[in-house]
Ligand binder design. Structure first.
Ligand code: PLP
Length: 369
């Protein structure tokens, strides 16, 4: 049996007709950027989350950049985040002269450890923004993070790029920060057919700034009041995302069911399984296991036809591009241990029970169980 790591064509099977009809309409609609489809999807997404403003942009990376700059970050300011995230959490802003500072994770959920955050903020001066990343679809402990950031006068921008629909204590992630960023990269829990992203916020000033930044700093046609970018969610992506949004909760439930099956089948094996905190609604963008025999297991699964991936093999503080920050191996032991031991198993709504059983039994076979 071959089990892919993602299968978008199969995931979209049940809505293919709707997508094709939407696409056909678009071709004759005569709207291409920042038209009625983008506005409608922005409204739908804001109301799905329960925020006042949603601003469609070109990617999750641009959502982080535009949200961060809209929160007032300037070159030389510092941001704080965890080192075991996708590079763009950091690079989206460091490329604008903003300095990254890292703090370690806890190993149960691979998310920011509030105690470590407090320690780091106690010694680092000049941190303006904290970026908790709801990694793999598991929410960060927002009450603790918000409490600590308030005490240190640090704003919050959630990186919710992997966590559409995830909840912290019955409230959706993306609604806690001064602003938050989502990605609609195709493999995300809510993905489009190319690149796309969204800034969300309850602040009218931040929303206004983000709207200007995404279109050359323009306040009105040909009136440019700040320097900005060209970063807009296009009409095609917005229209297709609008079709998909009503299915998100059901697809997330399917992911949770697949996670439940994996956990049931692997609970007595030596691999460390993903945890869901009592206050969390995990949406399993990824189902990530951990083992010291990671490389061997990955190769064994590959030979059995099962594709797996590592999210992410090198913690950001050890990436060459950030040598100048001066971090050395050993600086963040949990993030470094995770990078050496984690493995993402196939996880998507259309994964079948037979496929999950095959992956799980292959892992059991690896351990001679
Ligand atoms: C945690 C995280 N942050 C940011 C991004 C960037 O999103 P995009 O690929 O849409 O630019 C991603 C997506 O890959 C991500 O997983």
């Amino acid at each position: 049996m071959n089990v892919k790591i993602f299968d978008l064509e199969r995931d979209h099977g049940e809505i293919k007709e709707q997508l094709v009809e939407t696409f056909k309409d678009l071709i004759s609609a005569g709207e291409y950027v920042l038209g009625s489809k983008t506005e409608a999807f922005e409204r739908d997404f804001a109301s799905y989350l329960g925020v006042k403003y949603a601003i469609g942009v070109n990617s999750g990376t641009d959502a982080l950049k535009i949200a961060g700059l809209s929160l007032g970050l300037k070159p030389g300011d510092k941001i704080i985040t965890t080192p075991n995230t996708y590079i763009s959490t950091v690079m989206s802003l460091s490329v604008h002269g903003i300095k990254p500072v890292f703090t370690d994770i806890e190993l149960d959920t691979y998310n920011m450890d509030p105690a470590k955050l407090e320690e780091t903020l106690s010694v680092e001066q000049g941190v303006k923004l904290c970026i908790p990343v709801h990694l793999y679809g598991h929410p960060c402990p927002m009450d603790e993070i918000i409490g600590i950031c308030r005490r240190f006068g640090v704003k919050i921008m959630e990186d919710a790029c992997q966590a559409h629909g995830a909840m912290y204590k019955d409230r959706k992630v993306g609604t806690f920060g001064d602003a938050s960023a989502f990605s609609f990269y195709p493999t995300k829990n809510l993905g489009c057919y190319g690149d796309g992203g969204m800034v969300v916020t309850d602040s009218s000033e931040v929303a206004e700034h983000a709207r200007m930044l995404r279109i050359y700093g323009q306040e009105g046609k040909h009136i440019h009041v700040i320097e900005g970018f060209n970063s807009r969610l296009d009409e095609m992506q917005a229209a297709l995302l609008k079709v998909k949004l009503p299915f998100l909760d059901r697809w997330n439930k399917k992911r949770r069911h697949i996670a439940w099956l994996y956990t049931r089948e692997l609970i007595d094996t030596p691999v460390v399984l993903p945890q869901e905190e009592s206050w969390a609604y995990h949406v399993y963008h990824l189902y990530v296991i951990r083992t010291e025999k990671r490389d061997g297991l990955m190769e064994f699964l590959r030979k059995r036809g099962v594709t797996t991936l590592i999210h992410y093999p090198t913690p950001i503080h050890l990436q060459r591009v950030y040598d100048h920050l001066g971090y050395k191996r050993g600086a963040f032991p949990n993030a470094e241990k995770a990078a050496e031991e984690i493995l993402s198993l196939p996880m998507y709504p259309s994964l079948t029970e037979d496929e999950v059983m095959y992956v799980a039994s292959s892992i059991r076979e690896f351990y001679g169980l």
